[in-house]
Design a protein around this ligand. Sequence first.
Ligand code: COA
Length: 572
Amino acid sequence: MTEKNDLIIRIAGEGGEGIVSTGDFIAAACARAGLEIYTFKTFPAEIKGGYCLYQVRTSAERVYNQGDTFDVFVAYNGEAYELNKHLLTPGTTFVYDGPGGDFEPEIPEGVTAYAIPMSKTAKALGSYRSKNMVALGALSVLFNINETTLIEVLTNKFKPKGEDILEFNLKAFAEGKKLANEHKKTDDFRVADATGTKDVILIAGNEAVGMGAILGRLEFFSAYPLTPATEVAKYVSAQLPKTGGTLIQAEDEIASMAQVLGASYAGKRSMTATSGPGLALMSELIGMSTMAELPALIVDVQRGGPSTGLPTKHEQSDLFLAVHGGHGDSPRIVLSVEDVNDCVNMTVAALNLTEQYQCPVIMLSDGSLAFSTQTIPTPDPDSFEIVERTRWDGEGEYMRYKMTENLISPMADPGTPGGEHVAASLEHTESGAPNFAPEPHEANARKRFNKIKPVIDQWPAAEMDGVEGEADVGIITWGSTIGVAREAVARLVAEGKKVKAMYPKLIYPMPVDQYEAFAATCKQILVPEVNYQGQLSHFIRAETSIKPVPYTICGGLPFTPAQIVNKVKEIS
Ligand code: COA
């Protein structure tokens, strides 16, 4: 057997065939064995049917992305085979549903193939539903995936659905093992050996945002379910009541944002989660958050757009909307997360920032990260600093929008004696009284922009990567593309290329000096991002003296490290 430290298994077939469950079980079993995990899923908008893909990357060392392609490909149907057969290159292993499946593949030379009659066996057992468990049983034998942990995770999943369901699935699993044992060759890949238990959890991006919200002492959450953001609300709905918080599923995104502002006005740490179309609907109320200086965290899990677009697919195309999607001059803080670990930590940080600066904070995640499960260090609840909003000390006359030295005006929760004030979304004087004269509007516009500038120094400087000193190419990228760039940079540097990278997570206000300093050490700047317009490139051109080379894709899929490696080679 060839132990592969970094093994990628791709499973594909039709939505409804249990592709996601198969991948989840493999990921969970490997994680329990102490291996690092990065998964990638892509599926159609239909509940049943349509091409569905799940890729598990497992390694003894940390992995930052889903990888270039697969080592092992598992095809549940003919469509999956047709779409992936060009990637069956010498050295790969191919496991497919046959004989008795809906296709007869041609096996290219150098490819190790296993025909496992998944459908036929499941039907013979009396439950076509268990086809995926026949496959899983076979995969456990073929690639040394720990059987005990697999049985544990599938029992945890299916037992609550009924003893009969668990039983037929365990039978199917055993049949799959038997079939694989009959055919097994000696030179297959095997996942890396268990490295021992680590203090880690395996969690998906959306759930990690929910976990960060709870760790960040969230008190109120309102959202309208929208793919690919829904699981944030799902996680929070299960956990927030336990900490005394309140969750509302609103009738739409406008209502949810209004409720968030109402709860924030009442003194509660508040947030919502949505995707691009929902963020667009919220834009008027985000303006109110700016004007009324009401803290509010909005998590935008970006998807392919515009409109209902590609609701289940990956894209990074809401940057313009996040930064400038507002009426009037409406500053906000915009952050973007790289990975699942960030989804936890940066949600806590984002809740703190919105409370500290009394402005909307938009945190961008994306469709790939939303569903990607990754192993992350188990968060220690006591390690997070919680920043509260500045509250009025009750001294003197209360002025809601007082021009203080740091431009942050203390807030008085409703009911605070002496803290009565006019609360509105209108322009106002320091007391809060509506006022439409030129002077207060100009002064407050300055206040609203200037009060958030210190976040540039407060936020950790963007991480740098790659060679020290002068580089032929400097990569600047954001969001989950950072993880892809990390691997691309490592490969290029290993080949002797002079490449470096900068990974900003505070998007707005823009840390211009950091961009300029980085670019000063690079002959050219390449900006890979998953949108058509090159949105970060635009901001860089607008706000700095840098003239970046945009590198954009927008096919509903994330970059692969190889794409970035090739692009760097092409331009250098
Ligand atoms: N025996 C019994 N139940 C099984 C099973 C088996 N062998 N294998 C899977 N299942 C169950 C799963 O537990 C899951 O049930 P759950 O939801 O109660 O957990 C269900 O069948 C679906 O299986 P799963 O493996 O999770 O998914 P899949 O690979 O078959 O793919 C989805 C289907 C999830 C991709 C698809 O149903 C979906 O949700 N598409 C997205 C729709 C969407 O978001 N649209 C947005 C429009 S804006």
